[in-house]
Design a protein around this ligand. Structure first.
Ligand code: CMX
Length: 439
């Protein structure tokens, strides 16, 4: 990589150690409203974002417009005789702050159906990619190629009044949500199912149709898709995918550009890709210990992972300080439909064994499982075993929340986002001035 990389290493490694010490020593020093430590802490706990669609409490979990996940599983409209909410309903709730009626949900379903046709060039773009391209990379590229259809871009170019931005954002958001299941299913079938594609079934709801196009027509799988696409839709505004949508959108980028950027963030292993990583980690565990490892063996495997300087995927959270209610909703689903599934039982055993070990490290703030710890085991039960695809499914759902928020951003005319950054030299100088002034 050349001389520069060597020089960088010589400079950066000692400096990063120096900075760690500086933060340890001066982290508490106030820079006004925030401290030195806050500058290095990923903005956690700093209130600097507006997101109306949902609110996360570290100890209580997510609330969508005030409703918990168990409440929504009860209150949101379902298909006649159904047991899981239709995700179209949570979009309505997030957008309007009102629970929808069944007819409201049918109306959204119809609008999505009418806008669902994916332009041919999107498939051609995907077909041009090597089959080995990671599904999230394919997804991001496909979203970018859908951008040719942006009505926001066309309207902006023609010159529109600021107060109308939201209308075109709304239209793009709906078209994007309508097309994502087909795009995602196309990626799945081209990558794993011999390029044999399945046409949409217009008698099905948005989630069931996604299951159908993926090639999983079991009634239970349709139920799982409704639950899955509901609970992954939003997690207030500061998570990487939601924040990215908002940040990119603050430059007036159209919804497709915002969402592709968000998906590039979701594709990181500390965020959405964790659902893939969980399954990989469990499968490695099974390869090492067999399919029914003892609790001691699991505990040792967890310790070994930590000792190797790796993370335990599916555990921990930047905000939550308890078991993720989205994990519990999936566990509840599994208790109903697959209580004896071996992989599910392993997930539950790890849930029992991992938290005390993570707590004992003394540094992990939340030892409990998050949404990604459970989702893969449910999909594997129905035969959807291709874990590299899982984050795409998360992404399809996440569109509901981040697009509802983006529409609100545009209605409210929120300004371009531009937080202040500082340098280490600036911090050293400021800290030294503060220390001198108090001496
Ligand atoms: N395994 C091992 N170490 C972990 C850990 C885990 N599951 N969770 C946190 N830690 C470590 C951090 O890496 C950090 O270590 P250093 O001090 O050496 O840097 C330390 O514990 C403190 O971290 P934290 O304040 O508890 O957690 P953060 O807010 O920094 O990070 C998260 C949150 C989710 C990135 C982290 O818990 C993690 O990496 N979890 C595993 C990946 C995962 O499941 N991500 C999915 C989150 C949900 C989603 O967005 O989909």
């Amino acid at each position: 990589m050349g001389e520069l990389k060597k020089k960088f290493e010589e400079k950066a490694i000692p400096l990063s150690a120096e900075i760690r010490n500086f933060v340890k020593e001066n982290g508490h020093i106030s820079l006004g409203e925030f401290t030195v430590e806050d500058v290095y802490a990923g903005q956690k706990g700093i209130i600097g974002l507006l997101t109306e669609t949902s609110l996360l409490d570290g100890n209580q979990g997510i609330r969508f417009r005030g409703y918990t996940i168990p409440e929504l599983r009860d209150l949101l409209p379902k298909i006649p005789g159904g047991t899981e909410p239709l995700p179209e309903g949570i979009f309505y709730l997030m957008l309007l702050n009102e629970l929808p009626s069944y007819d409201d949900v049918i109306d959204i379903q119809q609008t999505l159906r009418e806008n669902a046709e994916v332009p041919q060039h999107v498939f051609a773009t995907l077909d041009a990619l090597p089959i080995t391209t990671h599904p999230m990379t394919q997804f991001s590229i496909a979203i970018m190629s859908l951008q040719t259809e942006s009505v926001f871009v066309k309207a902006y170019r023609e010159g529109i009044n600021k107060k109308d931005y939201w209308k075109y954002t709304y239209d793009d958001a709906i078209t994007l949500i309508a097309r994502l299941p087909r795009v995602a299913a196309y990626i799945y079938r081209r990558t794993y199912k011999n390029n044999e594609h399945i046409e949409p079934d217009n008698n099905l709801d948005w989630a069931a149709n996604f299951g159908h196009m993926l090639g999983y027509d079991q009634v239970e799988f349709y139920k799982l898709m409704r639950l899955y696409l509901t609970i992954h839709s939003d997690h207030e505004g500061g998570n990487v995918s939601a924040h990215t949508t908002h940040l990119v959108g603050s430059a007036l980028s159209d919804p497709y550009l915002c969402f592709a950027a968000a998906m590039n963030g979701l594709a990181g292993p500390l965020h959405g890709l964790a659902n893939q990583e969980v399954v990989r980690w469990i499968q490695e565990l099974q390869n090492t210990l067999g399919h029914s490892p003892s609790k001691d063996e699991i505990a040792n495997y967890i310790r070994k992972t930590l000792d190797a300087g790796k993370i335990i995927p599916g555990y921990g959270h930047a905000v939550l300080r308890k078991t993720d209610p989205r994990f519990i909703a999936q566990q509840d689903f599994a208790k109903t439909y697959m209580p004896n599934d071996a992989m599910v039982q392993l997930v539950w055993n790890i849930y029992e064994i991992a938290p005390p070990i993570l707590t004992a490290t003394g540094k992990i703030k939340n030892p409990w499982p998050n949404v990604d710890a459970h989702s893969g085991a449910l999909l594997i039960h129905y035969g959807l075993v291709e874990s590299d695809f899982y984050t795409v499914m998360f992404g399809v759902s996440r569109a509901l929340g981040v697009m509802a928020s983006l529409i609100w951003d545009r209605v409210l005319g929120l300004p371009i986002e531009r937080p202040k950054s500082v340098t280490y030299d600036w911090l050293k100088k400021t800290v030294s001035e503060k220390k001198n002034s108090t001496n």
